[in-house]
Design a binder for this molecule. Structure first.
Ligand code: HEM
Length: 199
């Protein structure tokens, strides 16, 4: 007998390839090799987290996912930019406004990004000297620890009770979130519109 994958397992499986292309594209622009590149990376993070900020603060989702609003990292990214005497970047184009089940997919993408952020946080510390109190606040781990928090978060996603159609929409939203991240990265780092990592 085969068991159906959970919603969280589906999200992971159905976005693995696009995640890895994002991971590779981020590393290809060497965000931690210089202060200037790191500022570009913060600009990218600020654009992405600005889009998802309303989702983190959505009252209905906050009833289903305890403390969701406190997990938002947009303010922390803006503080990181301010630490480096930078104003916020203005995205050239219309920002997506994800709604409904698609917004759940965007939320998955944003919250999951805090797992890989362990590596980015280490690089920001080791290579550039930033930390949770200056310049790399938004990359800090959840107080419960990244892995434990992620297990809890996935449990809450599974308990949202989304049916198959709703889950499909959420997966679509997650794919859009990863795709948008690449679009914003290319704009901010001055790459061609369809650039992918070559390595
Ligand atoms: C260089 C950049 C990145 C690296 C090295 C990286 C690395 C990783 C790693 C190693 C994991 C798995 C951790 C684990 O299972 O314990 C992970 C998970 C994840 N990352 Fe990334 N990541 C990067 C960028 C991003 C970005 C920019 C996003 C979102 C826009 C993102 C979204 C996610 C999500 C949603 C997961 C959770 C997958 C799941 O378990 O369902 N990552 N990342």
């Amino acid at each position: 007998m085969t068991t159906q994958p959970t919603f969280a397992e589906r999200l992971k499986a159905d976005t693995r390839a696009t995640h890895d292309s994002v991971d590779n594209l981020v590393m290809s622009v060497k965000p931690f090799d210089s202060r200037a590149n790191y500022i570009r990376f913060l600009n990218l993070q600020s654009v992405f987290h600005k889009i998802v900020d309303d989702i983190y603060k959505n009252p209905v989702l906050n009833q289903a996912i305890p403390d969701l609003a406190q997990m938002a990292r947009y303010n922390a990214v803006v503080q990181d930019l301010n630490d480096l005497n930078q104003n916020e970047y203005t995205f050239n184009g219309k920002l997506p406004e994800p709604q409904g089940n698609k917004a759940v997919g965007w939320l998955y993408c944003a919250e999951g990004s805090n797992l890989g952020a362990a590596f980015l946080f280490k690089d920001a510390k080791d290579k550039l000297g930033f930390n949770e109190n200056f310049g790399a606040r938004h990359l800090n781990a959840h107080p419960d620890g990244r892995a434990k928090h992620w297990r809890e978060f996935r449990r809450h996603l599974n308990n949202l009770g989304l049916d198959a159609d709703a889950q499909n929409e959420a997966v679509e939203g997650a794919r859009e979130a990863f795709a948008f991240y690449k679009t914003a990265l290319r704009q901010i780092f001055g790459l061609a519109e369809d650039a992918e990592a070559t390595a």
